[in-house]
Structures are given as structure tokens and as C-alpha cells.
Design a protein around this ligand. Sequence first.
Ligand SMILES: [Zn+2]
Length: 867
Amino acid sequence: MDFFTRKPAKGLLSTLLLWGALVLPALAQNSYYFPKAKNLDPSIPTPEAFLGYGIGERQTRYDRVVAYLEELARVSDKATIETIGHTYEHRPQVILTITSPENHGRLERIRQEHLLLTDPAKAAPDMANMPALVHLGYNVHGNESSSTEVSMLTAYYLIANQDPETQQHLQEAVVFIDPALNPDGRDRHTNWVSMHQGNPAVSDPADREHNEVWPGGRGNHYWFDLNRDWLPLAHVESRNRLEFYHKWLPNVFIDFHEMGTNSTYYFEPSKPYSSENRLIPRSTYDGLNVLLARYHAEALDELGSLYFTKEQYDNIYPGYGSTYPDFQGGVGITFEQASSRGNKQENSLGVLTFAFTIRNHLATGLATVKASAENRETLLRHQREFYQSALADGRKNGVRAYVYGENHDATRLRKFTELLLAHRIEVYELEKPLTADGRKFEKGKAYVVPTEQPQYRLVESIFAKNKEFDDSVFYDASTWTLALAYNLPHAGLKSKATAGKRVTELAPVAFTVPEQTRYAYLLDWADYNAAGALYLLQNRGVITQTVFKPFTASTSSGPKAYQPGSITIPVASQKISADSLYKVIQEVAAKKQISFESVKTGLSVQGIDLGSNNIRTLKKPEALILTGQGVTSYEAGEVWFLLDQELHMPISKVDLSSFPRLSLSRYNTIVLVNGAYNSLGKTAADKLKRWVQEGGTLITFKSASEWAIKQGIAQGNVVAARDTANGELRIAFADAAPTEGAQSVGGSIYEVDLDITHPLGFGFTSRKLPVYRNSTTILSPAKNPYSTVAQYTKDPWLSGYVSKSNLDKIRNSAALLVSDQGQGRVILFADNPNFRGTWYGTNRLFFNAIFFGSLIKTPGTAVAAEH
Ligand SMILES: [Zn+2]
């Protein structure tokens, strides 16, 4: 249909003749969405003229949205478009910048001046002529699809409307249109609705159109929630976006969402205090939020649309699109529109149409532009004061600097430091060795982060533990101490005097390619990248072994100590030549940026020799994960993502419904994340049990661990879930939410004691390990004393909210168990070690389970295995 989309204005008439009643005239579209606009420039194509259908009549594919925005940039001097990166499925992430032609002419100067606001060390710029920056971020949850349609209407209106008020707004504001924060998820949902759309459309909520199949379009390619990823930056979409965000640091960011079909419309302010972050100045919540809300209310009043504010919507976690801006001197706002989840759907008030949901989001988004332009100086001043108060608060903080380091794993240290730098946090080298909180920090392996810096509030979020809360009900997480997620030793210091040179960029990784040898190569397992290196070796057909006891080897660069888990690669045992093997070693060292050593002798300086029975040959993992309805898609996605991105290892994603017919002979590892597996039935459970007994390694998380125990696939004991309402006999109806909420484990951090001599603990250098818990699965320690690989300590609570009764049950419970079954074993995690793809501490336990699981034979198993 290019014949009319390219030349929309001229082609419109013939299009109407061709399509007849299928296409609403542009006038009707405009009178529904822009009833008051009198002066729309006819040379600017409407979305309808460009697409060939009216907005709201169907779901628009992402590539068509981008094409329309490109067309606007082509025909108008008020708009430019740029690509800020690509998603995993290679969709472009685009930003359309809309402002007056005059502002476009000085855009880089506007940017430079704006950034001066955020640097308290520099003199404040003259705000009298500076525009406010407004970022409209649409469709982060891919199946909340109204808002991407809105992006086209908003762009059209701002560009085409020639009335003086809009001209004035574009002089006083720069608007960034970010049409879909999650393009891959968006299109998954778009295709689902489009392929099921009836003519006439079906409004019955039970219709297939309104009910996507698992995993739905909410997440990105790896099924992650990108609206939780602004802080951990696990994904390429977020990293690209954050780069753009820090280039501009907008004053207002709108995060467009949809909620339940029976709801109305929500915008901030959220519930005072209990939904708000204590680090953010009150002026953000009591000032800016309240100020902008008046405009949003007015826009919806005008349409007669119902809405609510001040209720429980989490504004605390800094990793949402609506909160991260609060941490950067802007104001982030969530808009939630009841979802038609398709083209129209019945709800308690009648029938909710897609067009209606679009119109509400359009009205509030345009109101945001108006509010930002009219309150330009207030917003700019707020941003200036925000960074000044960040410095002042950082100076007053009890902790003046955080030191963090890692003496054995350069990769994990590097990943964390890269994350801090991506957030524009000031990081310094540690000038001289230091002991704090009983931990040793070495120069070259540790960094210092002062609290007195513009990013003070993020620094506190990332390092400080929190145990005090205004409320006990959490949307999901109640803590996000990333230093714990990365399992990095860290400590608060009373002075920042230890800070040396500022780190702005990390030097390339120094890794050692060893001399060629005819005997063996060695790889230390302590480095995070060792797992990826191992898989690459295995994938090249290299025979690999791991050591169960420590030894000191006489390497070509001198004696070097190796801990259990270290990988040995004997040259003579390989199926490939010594020269080919050396090439593979060189390739792997370079690809994974990791050091190998070589030895010319099997005789060790100390400990076991290289032919010892304490060295075991590894099997290449052939892994399968069960997916589909009932399985927690986030956790399944985390497994897929980590294996893909960190190990470059394939995993077969098999639907629960095909499991009964599947031959399991090609797999040696099966992963069951949290989920409901009862639909498998007894026959399939028995099949899994037989496969384990014949030598398979089954890895289970959370409720899957409970299921495996209940099915007799693994031995273990599940501690009964909490009593409802904590044992009280009568509670007021109105108190149900807080009472029940207080008893759930919404996401908090605990300490476990890890057996680092066990294959699942290989590569860890400390027995103390922080874990993330967001479920109520509680497992008893095993009867076999060797089987409880990790156990919650007596006082395990590190950070986040937990009720006293839940804490009592968690103390001393098992965090990681092994249950030997015949020739195989089940590895049971009480928690999810891969949470949000960012728990680099515990996801190594998962990698150990993948690589070393098949080697586990628990001593004394014969006794423990009886039922
Ligand atoms: Zn949402």
C-alpha cells in the first residue's frame, strides 16, 4: 500500500474511494481525538491517511509506527528522528524530537545548557530562555497497547496544530516521543490481537483476542519486565534508553500503562509517604506531582472520564520508568488506563473501546506538554535544586563513602562498576589497601564511591540496606541493594579520604594466554566468565575436567594455587591435535577475556596431581526448560536470558503440554522454575522421576521444588505455609489488604551459609552469600548432613521488609538442597537464584548446578534415599 502511504495528502481522496466505508474520513478521526483543533496543517499527514485505517480501529505494527514518525520528520521542520539502538529482535528504538523550528536550530546548545542545571559545581544557566524537556515513554509493557497508538496522534497534533497556544508550547518545551519502550513485546501482542480480530469485533472477555497465550506480550524478547530494568540495566533496550536519558535528563517523564479492564484511569500523586521514596525531596511529590495532576485531572474532566489518584502505586523502587526520573531531578509519572486488551471488551460500565482508551492517554499526554511548558521555570529550578540538595544530603550522610571490591572475580567487579558508570555515579580507585567491616579491600581490586555527589540518591539506593518502612504492603520488591545482588564485599566509610583517581572508563581486561604445552591447560573457576569459557570449550569438542580438591600447579608463569571447581584440560586425551587445542584456548581466552595457564607436568607443587581420582571429567550440558501456561514466565525468561547472554548456551524451551510425548534421552539437565506443574499429571511426573533415576539432573526453583517433593521425585520436607491473617480470629474487612500484604514476602534479601566445598559452591570464596527471596517456599534442612548445600543463617535478614512470623520460619531453613535419586539427583532451590537477570552472586549457583550437577554423588545417600 505504498502508493498512498508515501504521498498521503494527495492520495487521500483516491484512498477513500478505494476503501469506501472501511476507512473513516480523517475529519471524523480528528473530531473524535481533537474536537477543539481548528487549525490543523493539511500538509501534515494524519496517522489515518498514512496507515490506511483510523487509529483505534486496529493495532498498529511497530514498523508502521516508526515509518509514520519518520514521515513526520521528513515533512516537518518541527521534528527530527533518531535511532538510539536496536532490540534483541532487531527492531529500531527511535525517538522523535518535537519542538519549534527555532529550538531545533539550537538543540545542541539547549542540551548543553540544560545539563549545567544538573552539575552543582558549575554556575546555573539563565533559565529565562530555556525550554522544559518532556519525555513521553509509551508501551513499556508490550500488551498495554493503546499508548503506542497515542504516540502517533500526539506527534501529529503537536506538529500539525497551528494555533498560537501549541506554537507557544513548542517554543517552551522540547518533547521526546518514545513510541514503544518495548517494541518486541508490543509486536507480539499486536500480532495476537490482529490475528484474532473479528469483523464485527467480539467484546466477550472470554474471546481469544483478549486472552494471549503464554508468555503474552508484556515482557521483552526474554520475557523480562522492562519496567523493572531502569536500575539493573540487564537489557539492551534499557541500556540504550538510559544513554539517551542521561544525554538530556528530562524534566518530566511519562510512563504510559494499562490496568484491569474494569478499572478507570490512574495518575500520580501516589499514596503519600508509604508509596514514596524517602530519598526523594518532598518538593517532587508535594510540589511537582500535585501541580501536574491538576492538568491531568482537567483533561479527563473535559472528556467526562473517571479517574483516581493517591492510591497504592509503588513509587519507591528506583528502577521504574516513573521513578528513575525522580532520582534525576525530574518527575516521573505513571499513567494507567483501563485496558480493552484488544479492540473492544465488556466491562462493568458497558463496553470499553480501544479508541476510548487511546483518547484518555492522548488527553493526559497533551496536558503534560501544556503543564511542562507553562511551568517551565518551576521544573528547571527544581532540577537545579535537586542536585544541590543531593550534594548537601550526601555531605550530611553518616556514611561518607562506600568501598567495594572483589579479590578473586574481576568480571563481577567489572560488571558492577560498569553499572555504576552507566548511572553516571562518580567512582574512584581505592588509593591504598583498607580493612573495613572485617573485609580486606586491595588496591586495583576495589573502588570508592563518595556519598557527596550529584548521584547521591542512587548511591544510597544501590549500597544501603533498608529495614525501616512506612508500610508493609509492597508492589513487589522492598529492597534493591545491588551491591548484595552482585555479592560484592562492601562497607560504609566515615571518610572519603581513601578515594584516588576518578574512574571514567574501565581499562581493557588484562588476560593471559599461556604458552603452548603438550601436557595440560588450567582455568580458575573463581572468575564469573569461567562458566562461559567452559561452555565454549565444550562446544568446540574439548574434553574438560574439574578438580574436587585444591592444588598448587607449577605453571609456565610460576606456582599458582587452584581451588575446587578449577578446570583442567589435558592435552593428550583430546580428540583434536595439540595445535588445534591451543588455537581453541587462544580463542576462548580472547572471547571471554579470561586467563588460562599451562603446565608441562602433572606433578603439582602441593595437593593433588593432575591424574588424581579427585579430578572428574565433565559432561557438556544438554538442557531443557519447561515453559508454558502455569510456569512463571519471568523466571523461565531469566534462565533463557542468562544461558544465551552469559554462556552462549542453547536451552530447549519445551511446552508443558508436549512434555508427556517427548523423548528425554537427549537431555542431561532439566530446569523447572517456579510454577504450577500439576497439569503434568502423575504419568509425566513418573516419567521425570525415571529420567532422574537413570542419571539426569533436575534443577527446581521455589514452588517447583515443592512440587518435586510432593510428587516423590525428590526427598525433602516443605514447611507449611503461614496461617491466614497470622492466627487472629477476627479482623476488620477494611484491614484485609494491609494484613495479608504484610504476610507475603514481596522481595527481600537474606544471608545464607554456603558449603563452598560442595560442587554447587565451587568458585565461591566466602561461605556468606546474600540471596533474594520473593516467595513463601520454605524447605527444611535435609536429613543427610551433606545435602543442605546452603542454609539460611540464624539471623539471616539483610534488607527489605519481612514480617516477624515469616522471618522466624526462614531462619535456619534450607536454601539449596540436593536429593540423590538412583543414578541422578534433584537440585532444589528454595529461591530464584537468577532474579531479574541481575543477581550475579547467586546465579553462579545455578551455573554450578548446570555444569557440575551430573558429578554430584552425596556421601551416605543410600541411607537418605529411603522413602
Ligand atoms: Zn504496565
